[in-house]
Design a protein around this ligand. Structure first.
Ligand code: FEO
Length: 174
């Protein structure tokens, strides 16, 4: 793997761990507001982000590449409403999409088709990540100031469960 590609993988691993911490912070915020369903949804997202980071890390180990681990930025944020939190989610995922696309482009430019193929799962995952955020934002906008509607959305988000993603291109059991 060329140096630039290896460094870009390491940077992406850091971003995925940052994402995990960001969602953990959001989960804490929702929990403090008594919105247990949204606290659950963002906690499941925290678990997903950990899996994203771990699978990128596994891939680098599989390729016998070293990984540079660097400090994770402070993820703490302050929000005024659930809608503001989910708008932050969407903005953050759009940033991650750009970063994932960049990593895939770096792989392609390095003529590393294996890494490019590996990244395609992440490219598709980002479509889902943005769609999920957009869907929740739409529902929150529709609910307006109606607290019954807000609690109904909260209930729905409480049903989300974590399923470890299976990413093609990793050895069995990774
Ligand atoms: Fe790992 Fe939310 O993207």
């Amino acid at each position: 793997m060329n140096k630039k590609l290896s460094e870009t993988f390491s940077a992406q691993i850091n971003k995925e761990y940052f994402s995990a911490f960001l969602y953990l912070g959001m989960s804490n915020w929702f929990n403090q507001k008594g919105l247990r369903g949204m606290a659950n949804w963002t906690y499941v997202q925290y678990q997903e982000e950990l899996a994203h980071a771990q699978n990128l890390h596994h891939y680098m180990q599989y390729r016998n590449e070293s990984v540079t681990l660097s400090q994770i930025d402070d993820p703490s944020g302050s929000w005024q409403s659930p809608l503001e939190v989910f708008r932050h989610v969407l903005k953050h995922e759009q940033y991650v999409t750009e970063s994932i696309n960049n990593l895939a482009t770096v792989a392609l430019k390095a003529n590393d088709h294996a890494a490019y193929n590996f990244m395609q799962w992440y490219v598709s995952e980002q479509v889902e990540e943005e769609a999920n955020a957009n869907d929740i934002i739409d529902r929150l906008v529709l609910s307006g100031d109606n607290s019954n509607a807000l609690l109904m959305i909260d209930d729905q988000l409480g049903a989300r469960t974590f399923a470890a993603p299976v990413v093609p291109g990793l050895p069995a059991g990774a």
